[in-house]
Design a protein around this ligand. Structure first.
Ligand code: GH3
Ligand code: MG
Ligand code: MG
Length: 428
């Protein structure tokens, strides 16, 4: 829930409609006096996400009382004021629970704080964590207080080594706020170590009181995203962190998009190269690898051999047992064949019930040997339904000067010859 404490209807309506537009999941409640505000908060503080609070209400005794009351409940507060007085601004925004102030009736100002509230809500929902690195406890506490109202869960580390351990252990840490000088490491060392050891997107922001520009620039050079010069105002700190974190969000989004695209690409590639029934390479992929091997063989003088084989009388399997049983044989047969091949051998479905194997670094002897092993393995395998089947083979070695077509034609003629000579045999 979002609470608006404001006696001017014009102002509360402007804020309410902006909030409802930007953060539609939140219920908005408006109260007009301090008394109503106190009563409402006493009862509902657990459900309040953020309070917009006017400082001058009809029953206000002392300006700022209401802020102190809200602070007791640790509720995030945005102050509504009608003047941009610096004194007021410092006095109010220095309070721990105050995130920012708004000049009433300035619509773009209202829009700005609403966006800020929306961002804080997102931080809480995404459970983004931050680590604060520095020797001085008080300095860490200043950063911590701001980061907590911004919706971060925080860790603290007093030196670089400790910081590195915590960051490596906690994957949700997306933001590192580090002093430029810390014992053990300095911020520059820590940054470069983090960049080397953490692959996930990480925003690193440095804090320094030193006016040493060179050191700060070195810090950026080693991979920091930003640095903040002391003394800084809460407004500056918040806006720098917010801007830096936007980079993180965009990086994560971009990485996710790249991942999806490369997954899609791999899927498309697989589809383009694979025979859908047998999951073997298809003819298209085989031809690519065939050309590659011809090139390799020509430049490295390494031999290769191809085996073309075709199931005998496959048509009768379809005729006698049905097309589905024919399909089953086409899926089952490659499993037998693969047990006789090495990792680097290329095995593809050439078409129909015809298969092709390319054996890199193999002469005719290995080609014939493998073909014989496969022939034998098929012959003795007991297929479901059809029991025994056989296949015929043509084996041919690549000769210098061969084109893919020429070599295949030779293998095909040999396969034809094997069929002519009685099937279930090898010709080479
Ligand atoms: P041969 O011993 O001379 O090779 O005789 P065959 O019957 O095996 O040869 P033919 O070329 O006459 O028949 C091949 C059959 O394979 C014809 C075709 O319907 C069938 N076929 C081709 N692709 C598939 C497929 O994906 N699934 C099934 N079930 N059958 C297929
Ligand atoms: Mg056949
Ligand atoms: Mg055939």
């Amino acid at each position: 829930m979002i609470l608006i404490i404001e006696d001017s209807k014009t102002t509360s309506n402007a804020i309410k409609s902006m909030v409802q537009k930007e953060m539609p999941s939140f219920k908005v409640t408006v109260v007009e006096t301090e008394k109503d505000a106190r009563d409402f908060i006493d009862l509902n503080y657990k459900n309040i996400f953020i309070v917009f609070a006017d400082l001058n209400l009809p029953d206000t005794v002392e300006v700022g009382d209401i802020i102190d009351f809200i602070r007791k409940y640790r509720l995030r507060t945005i102050v509504l004021t009608s003047s941009e007085s610096l004194i007021l601004r410092d006095k109010i925004t220095n309070k721990l629970n105050v995130i920012d102030y708004v000049i009433k009736d300035n619509l773009s100002n209202i829009q700005y704080v609403t966006q800020l509230a929306k961002w804080i809500d997102k931080n809480l929902n995404n459970s983004i964590e931050a680590i604060i690195v520095g020797d001085v406890r008080l300095n860490r506490k200043v950063s911590e207080a701001i980061l907590i109202i911004l919706g971060f869960k925080t860790y603290e580390a007093t030196n670089g080594k400790e910081a590195l351990n915590i960051i490596l252990k906690n994957q949700q840490i997306g933001l590192v706020i580090t002093e430029l000088e810390v014992s053990g490491f300095n911020g520059v060392e820590l940054t470069s170590i983090l960049r080397k050891n953490v692959s996930r997107p990480l925003i690193i922001v440095g804090l320094t009181a030193s006016r040493n520009q060179l050191e700060a620039i070195k810090f950026l050079k080693y991979g920091a995203n930003d640095y903040i010069q002391r003394p800084f105002s809460k407004e500056e700190f918040i806006n720098r962190v917010r801007k830096d974190m936007l980079v993180l969000e965009q990086t994560i989004e971009l990485e996710e998009r790249i991942k999806t695209i490369s997954e899609q690409k791999a899927e498309i590639e697989k589809l383009a190269n694979t025979d859908s029934l047998t999951q073997l390479y298809n003819r298209y992929k085989f031809n690519l690898l065939f050309e590659e091997n011809i090139y390799k063989s020509t430049t490295h003088f390494s031999p290769f051999t191809i085996i073309l084989f075709d199931i005998d009388r496959f048509k009768s399997i379809n005729d006698n047992f049905g097309h589905d049983v024919g399909d089953y044989v086409l899926v089952e047969l490659p499993k037998i064949v693969k047990t006789k091949l090495r990792e680097e051998d290329i095995f593809a479905r050439w078409g129909g019930e015809e298969f092709v194997i390319l054996l890199p670094n193999s002469g005719i002897a290995r080609g014939v040997g493998i073909a014989e092993k496969i022939r034998r393995a098929i012959e003795i395998y007991e297929f479901k339904f059809v029991k025994r089947i056989t296949a015929s083979f043509g084996v041919s070695k690549f000769n210098r000067g061969d084109t893919a077509e020429k070599l295949l034609k030779r293998a095909d003629s040999l396969l034809y010859k094997a069929k002519q000579n009685g099937r279930n045999r090898i010709e080479y």
